[in-house]
Design a protein around this ligand. Structure first.
Ligand code: ADP
Length: 364
């Protein structure tokens, strides 16, 4: 073996010290009697002890209060078992990631200050818990609302049936006495009750969207649109409407809600036309890496920009029932369906020039 000269040994020591001083972690070494043989700058900082106050002294005698009982145990364990031990510990109001390396002459210890990471982790966990709690609260209040809507719509049907029924009886029994004006009032009252019944049924339908977990299947949207066109055949023929459908994708999804969605949007496009003008409806789809975006464009009456959000709210309509029939539930159901799927729905339109409804469905 080549014998190193004293200057070479000194050079090696110096190199080693430069390395140990330049690392970002605190580093110290002890011999088997826990006498400190090395203490770098970072250790001075992190462990609040200058090198001159600890070098060549017993670690536990000088600094027993700076370490936690866990560190005490682990350091001893590493030295006794001669095994590398890594652990996290909290002392001196800081979190440390600690690695202990035993050697035949003692123990080398690296301490990395991970307080910031730990604090962010704790904050993240707290936020996560808060988020989960909110999600749970929301699910409960949603469920309560749905139950309420369900019960209310069921229970309201009966008194409503009584109102309509007895109004019919009044008309039958006292028709001759109440005269034309009286019959007109009864007609309005029955009409109001009918509309209320429809709204209650709509509410019931709205409360059911997303409630029943259907099984997913492969749904060819070209077929879905073909089914809808067939269902609306009468209206399409009567109004000479034209529906252009660009090739649509097949999606793995629940069929009923997606069919409902297309049906509502196509029905609206057919309904909200200017006078006798035939509807021209274009249906298409495009994809990005994350989702599909569908477009249903019509040449109808259009919507003023100030109502772009309002029309998606339950029972919000821009027309009275004599102008265009409906109760204002269609688009709110569409919104609920799409949001249940994790997508978005919106409209772009110019008053008098037609509307384009867009919705997205995330890819799985
Ligand atoms: P409804 O058709 O029963 O009123 P919707 O929720 O489907 O209910 O629509 C809400 C409102 O949005 C409608 O009353 C109408 O004013 C407007 N709207 C919906 N679709 C269109 C469309 N294609 N063109 C113009 N207006 C529309």
């Amino acid at each position: 073996m080549v014998k190193k000269t004293e200057s070479e040994v000194l050079k090696l020591y110096e190199e080693r010290n430069i390395i140990l001083e330049s690392i970002a972690d605190a580093f110290f070494a002890v011999d088997k009697q826990w006498i400190v043989t090395y203490w770098n700058k970072e250790a001075e900082k992190i462990l609040n002890t200058p090198k001159h106050a600890i070098l060549n002294r017993n670690l536990w005698e000088e600094l027993s209060n700076s370490f936690s009982p866990q560190s005490h145990l682990k350091y001893h364990e590493a030295l006794e078992t001669n095994e590398v031990i890594k652990f996290e510990d909290y002392h001196l109001e800081k979190w440390f990631e600690i690695s202990t390396y035993p050697s035949p002459i003692g123990l080398s210890v690296f301490l990395k200050d991970i307080t910031e990471r730990k604090l962010s982790e704790t904050r993240l966990n707290e936020l996560n818990e808060q988020l989960q709690k909110h999600a749970k609260d929301l699910a409960i209040s949603n469920k309560e609302l749905e139950d309420f809507a369900y019960v209310a719509s069921h229970d309201l049907q009966e008194p409503l049936r009584m109102v309509t029924g007895f109004l019919g009886q009044i008309e039958k029994k006292y028709g001759s006495i109440i005269g034309a004006k009286g019959k007109e009032y009864i007609h309005y009252a029955v009409d109001g009750a009918k509309r209320m019944r429809q709204m209650i049924l709509d509410l019931l339908e709205f409360s059911k969207v997303g409630g029943i977990e259907e099984k997913e299947e492969f749904v060819d949207l070209n077929e879905v649109v073909a089914e809808i066109t067939l269902l609306s055949k009468e209206r399409i023929n009567e109004t000479h409407a034209i529906i252009n459908v660009a090739p649509l994708p097949s999606l793995r999804t629940n069929k009923a809600p997606i069919r409902h969605l297309f049906f509502n949007l196509v029905s609206n496009a057919l309904k909200y036309q200017k006078g006798q003008q035939p509807a021209i409806i274009d249906i298409s789809a495009e994809q990005t890496s994350t989702h599909w975006q569908f477009t249903i464009k019509d040449n109808g009456i259009g919507i003023e920009q100030q109502y772009f959000d309002k029309i998606f709210i339950l029972f919000q309509r821009l027309h009275n029932k004599d102008e265009y029939s409906g109760t204002g539930i269609g688009l709110s159901v569409c919104k609920k369906i799409i949001e249940n799927m994790g997508g978005k729905i919106w409209v772009e339109s110019e008053w008098g020039k037609g509307s384009t409804f867009y919705f997205t469905i995330p890819k799985k």
